[in-house]
Design a protein around this ligand. Structure first.
Ligand code: AOF
Ligand code: ZN
Length: 367
């Protein structure tokens, strides 16, 4: 097998951690000696061993003189676990191939450097774009301090989200809602607004029964991770009685200041500065990054959707389009106040188009 095949296998292993590793990245490792895979591992959860440690354990004495393929530069720091480069050196590995460097300032080249200093043959860059795609959230947070932000929208063919009356449930199909569950489950946080909480009283959770069978196989119902629910609530309108408050997992209420109600321990009130009359969305995203949120999955109404787009905060749009026409009296997909000229319209490009049940799923990124 070629180096590329081994790295492809390491990437496949890394992907198994996509529902569980946040705030850590997804990392996979394959150890090869004399053309034979002798060790495989991936990072499962923050606080638990890194990918290399699992692979080295499996390889045992066979790691001596072997090549390690890793999807991210082996770490050089003492975090929740000891440095992987020390473990690779101690095991007597003779070559390390990393798909990319780790931008974490605690690592940032020092892992590869330490391996090289120990006489190990080191290279990086093999299948780098695939490795980048695996950890868009972690990488963006390490590089910029901001989380990776995905905005999910659901609309009719004519771009409408609700009837004029506000009636909006089930525009898209059950298949689309199920697809959303798989994507929610991979996010660090789900963001919404108090307007949506007041209007729909959603629970914004990941539901075991709605995860695909192959996904369930890699997870454990008892330890299913719930993304943090983040609610923009500058007017303190969310109450302990709202449905999402009682759900398993944490809820963060983003407010200008805390109120004195009796909230449960799973609820935090986080102070965010104002910008005009609204919470400062840029400052808020920075706060989420500081709190180790890698990816934010936004499910909200036209007003927050438009504000995020206008602030340039959206990294990816996911639009489910139902084969229905709701007409011009129905409500639109996003509010973009002050937009008058076509040249000022947010420019996007399609990066993926596929059919999900009866609907289309469009994925777009800023052009
Ligand atoms: C690796 N292999 O499998 C992972 C790495 O607190 P810790 O000890 O879990 O360290 C977390 C940091 O280590 C994380 O921010 C990232 O830089 C790196 N993750 N490194 O060599 C792995 N998960
Ligand atoms: Zn490590």
């Amino acid at each position: 097998m070629t180096d590329e095949r081994y790295m492809a296998r390491a990437l496949e292993l890394a992907r198994r951690g996509r529902f569980t590793t946040t705030p850590n990245p997804n990392v996979g490792c394959v150890i090869v000696r004399d053309g034979e895979i002798v060790g495989e591992g991936w990072h499962h959860r923050a606080g638990e061993p890194h990918a290399e440690v699992h692979a080295l354990r499996m390889a045992g004495a066979k790691a001596k003189g072997a090549t390690a393929f890793v999807t991210l530069e082996p770490c050089s720091h003492h975090g929740r676990t000891p440095p992987c480069c020390d473990a690779l050196i101690a095991a007597g590995v003779s070559r390390v191939v990393a798909a990319m460097q780790d931008p974490n300032p605690q690592v940032a080249g020092r892992g590869l450097y330490r391996l090289q200093q120990a006489g190990i043959e080191v290279s990086h860059g093999l299948m780098m774009s695939e490795a980048e795609a695996l950890n868009r959230g972690f990488l963006k947070r390490m590089r910029t301090g901001f989380p990776w932000i995905q905005l999910k929208l659901g609309a009719s063919l004519d771009g409408r989200t609700a009837m004029a009356s506000g009636e909006s449930q089930w525009i898209t199909s059950a298949a689309a809602r199920r697809d959303v569950q798989q994507l929610r489950a991979q996010s660090s946080a789900i963001l919404t607004s108090s307007a949506t909480v007041l209007a729909d009283d959603p629970s914004l959770t990941v539901r075991w029964n709605e995860l695909n069978a192959d996904v369930r196989q890699q997870l454990d119902e008892a330890t299913l991770r719930q993304p943090v629910r983040v609610v923009i609530d500058s007017q303190q309108r969310v109450t302990p009685q709202h449905r999402l408050i009682a759900q398993p997992g944490e809820t963060w209420l983003m407010r200008t200041e805390a109120d004195q109600q009796a909230w449960s321990d799973s609820v935090s009130q986080i102070a965010v500065p104002l910008r005009g009359e609204q919470l400062d969305l840029v400052a808020m995203m920075m706060l989420l990054g500081q709190r180790q949120i890698n990816t934010v999955w936004v499910e909200a109404g036209a007003s927050l959707a438009g504000a995020l787009l206008q602030a340039g905060l959206v990294d990816e749009l996911i639009v489910y389009v139902a084969p229905k026409l709701l007409g011009n009296a129905a409500r639109g997909l996003c509010e973009l106040p002050g937009l008058e000229q076509l040249s000022d319209a947010p420019a996007l490009k399609f990066s993926d188009v596929r059919k999900v049940g009866a609907d289309l799923r469009l994925t777009l990124t800023p052009a």
